[in-house]
Write a protein of this length. Structure first.
Length: 107
């Protein structure tokens, strides 16, 4: 096996870049995990700042995918992002992503 030596500054630069890559991977993994989370009616209305009736209308028109379990309706975060990206509801996607991160901390 061959031993390679490098200057301390070069080593520190490499380590900083590796740390940035690791942070990026962890953030991406965290964001993907959030997209698979489920939210109930109340949480969706609160996060999107819409009424329960508006959300009910979106469900009735099949504009937003949802599931019903035990009498409660749930929505996936990625589905909420989809309707925001398609401008079905006029809200800022970045604001929603920040709100969903904060919402996850409270649960």
């Amino acid at each position: 096996m061959e031993v390679i030596t490098i200057e301390e500054t070069a080593f520190k630069t490499i380590m900083e870049k590796l740390d940035l890559i690791a942070d990026y991977i962890m953030q991406t993994k965290k964001n993907n995990t959030l997209e698979d989370d489920w939210l109930d009616n109340y949480a969706v209305c609160e996060l999107l700042k819409i009424s329960n009736r508006t959300l009910q209308r979106l469900r009735a028109n099949n504009t937003i995918e949802h599931v019903k379990m035990g009498g409660k309706v749930y929505f996936q975060v990625k589905e909420i992002k989809r309707i925001l990206q398609e401008n079905i509801i006029h809200r800022n996607l970045n604001d929603f992503e920040q709100a969903i991160k904060n919402h996850g901390r409270r649960s």
